[in-house]
Design a protein. Structure first.
Length: 254
């Protein structure tokens, strides 16, 4: 968590590589939360409710899918095909972060089967996207739409995408010098305790402690913001098709 707060993230050379190295790129990609490009066809997909979308229901399974070797995982900022940079050691670490309440996943389902999703690390007003996967057309884009909508609902200001790819650029991601990113990162952490990510104890206790400052500052964690979106959809009479609300929220500024 200290590395993330400092603008650094881990990678590995292969799935079975026991070593981890730390990356601080010269150029950093972010996705402005009011700049996600939602095509007409993607908006229709959201409105039609082709998929069920959940949060933190299958974190380990999402990581398994993201780590599976295949050509250019859809939208993965760190992937160029071939073997995975998500080693078993890295996956174990992120599963522990998930247990402690710092790492989250968005899952996309079709007829009970996991067909897309993403995961990342959240703290203060920051969410660092790590990887996403897609088994069917548009499923990872739907996951990203829900993520952006939830982050906006939760008061998050910075969505880190790490490295720029053509896929991310087509969705509205922008590239900037690392120095500029660090300034945005610092601003997004303003007013928070820098040791919040090092809380210890049982999973539930750690989650409550880690989220305490965020709640006090009016910022919601990703799971809280996701549930708030579902509540908004219900209050608008869209409980059975919350994707319509997501499409409306995102196309208003896209």
């Amino acid at each position: 968590m200290l590395a993330y707060r400092s603008g650094i993230f881990p990678m590995s050379d292969a799935r079975d590589d026991p070593e981890i190295f730390w990356i601080e790129p010269r150029l950093r990609a972010t996705l402005p939360l009011d700049g996600l490009r939602v095509s007409s066809s993607l908006a229709r997909t959201l409105k039609r409710g082709r998929f069920e979308v959940t949060c933190n229901r299958a974190f380990s399974q999402v990581m398994d899918e993201c780590a599976a070797p295949r050509q250019a995982r859809d939208g993965d900022a760190n992937d160029d095909g071939g073997d995975s940079w998500i080693s078993h050691r890295i996956q174990a670490s992120y599963e522990n972060l998930h247990f402690l309440g710092h790492a989250h996943s968005i899952e996309v389902w079709r007829e009970g089967e996991l067909v897309g999703g993403l995961y990342g690390v959240g703290f203060d007003r920051v969410f660092c996207g790590e990887s996403m996967f897609s088994r069917v057309s548009d499923s990872s884009k739907v996951a990203l739409c829900w993520l952006v909508a939830a982050l906006r609902r939760g008061g998050i200001t910075l969505l880190d995408c790490q490295f720029m790819t053509s896929h991310l650029a087509s969705l509205g991601a922008v590239e900037m010098p690392q120095k500029t990113y660090l300034a945005l990162l610092q601003a997004a952490q303003s007013g928070y305790c820098s040791t919040a990510g090092s809380s210890t104890g049982s999973g539930s206790a750690a989650v409550g402690e880690a989220l305490g400052d965020a709640a006090g500052a009016g910022v919601l964690s990703l799971p809280e913001a996701f549930e708030a979106l579902l509540g908004d959809a219900s209050s608008c009479g869209l409980a059975s098709s919350p994707g319509k609300l997501i499409a409306q929220l995102l196309t208003q500024t896209s």
